[in-house]
Design a protein around this ligand. Structure first.
Ligand code: UDP
Length: 258
């Protein structure tokens, strides 16, 4: 048994103290939640897949100059990351109307937006992560105006890169959520990308069929969520040895007597 200290347990990940000061280990669980954790379940193999997908995307983003907390993947479910002070804002990037935007403004899901839309939500589970304006962020000091400039510029670059990457494998990047953090260097701090990028926090639709390949399958009881996550990983060229072999899904099913 490992004796490392658990720092925090979230809905989809557990954070442990890392091997060196200033580092953290992110452990990816199979647990899935939706609607502010009112709906709970598990998606078989999700943690393993999200760990790989997030590693892949953060590595590619690093190649185009997006600084992030990602250091390296440690094993099937864990990655080593830099410790950051999380900015308490979820950045939602939208290319196509869906989800809460469609509901709030009565815009039909699937409507192409004339340009990319950035929205900000205040990270507070008790309040249900409410939508806020940049004025609120400045007014309550959640992030400075300079930090918000860095965050929005990075979010747009990340979207341009990811939209192209997914289009290349027949997937439409409808919307996604980003989180950023501060790292301190002497008297200064800078903003880097943090958290994860995976089908948990993205809407990904097949370009041809509009089939959903993301957590909406779980949120909306569509079924086939594990297969959808596997399909995204497969199209990204991850798990060349075969996703089900790596996940050993058949033996896990047998163990649970299913
Ligand atoms: N999202 C997320 N975590 C949240 C809220 C949203 O990862 O707490 C992602 C979600 O997966 C989707 C995008 O952000 O890809 C936009 O979500 P939306 O605001 O439409 O909320 P939802 O309909 O998911 O409640």
């Amino acid at each position: 048994m490992s004796r490392r200290r658990q720092i925090y347990e979230g809905k989809a990940k557990i954070l442990y103290e890392g091997p060196e000061p200033g580092t953290i280990i992110q452990y990816f669980k199979d647990d899935a939640t939706a609607f502010n954790a009112e709906k709970k379940g598990t998606i078989n193999g999700k943690g393993v897949i999200n760990n790989r997908i997030s590693e892949h995307i953060f590595t590619l983003l690093g190649h185009i100059g997006i600084p992030s907390h990602f250091i390296r993947r440690l094993n099937m479910r864990e990655q080593l990351v830099k410790q950051v002070e999380i900015v308490p804002i979820e950045v939602i990037v939208r290319n196509v109307a869906a989800g809460s935007l469609s509901k709030r403004l009565g815009i039909e899901e699937g409507t192409q937006l004339p340009h990319t839309l950035l929205e900000y939500c205040y990270k507070d589970d008790a309040l249900g992560d409410p939508l806020v304006a940049e004025e609120h962020i400045a007014c309550f000091g959640w992030a400075s105006q300079e930090e918000m400039q860095d965050i929005s510029a990075m979010a747009i670059r990340i979207n341009d890169f990811m939209a192209g990457m997914f289009a290349g494998i027949g997937i439409k990047l409808v919307d996604f959520k980003l989180e950023f953090g501060r790292v301190f260097e002497g008297d200064f701090s800078r903003i880097i990308l943090a958290d994860e990028i995976s089908p948990d926090g993205c809407r990904l639709w097949d370009i041809e069929t509009n089939e959903k390949l993301d957590k909406d399958r779980f949120r909306r009881d569509l079924g086939g969520e594990a297969e959808a996550y596997q399909e995204v990983a497969r199209r990204l060229g991850l798990f060349p040895e075969g996703v089900s072999e790596v996940l050993d899904l058949n033996s896990e099913r047998k163990k649970r007597g299913k």
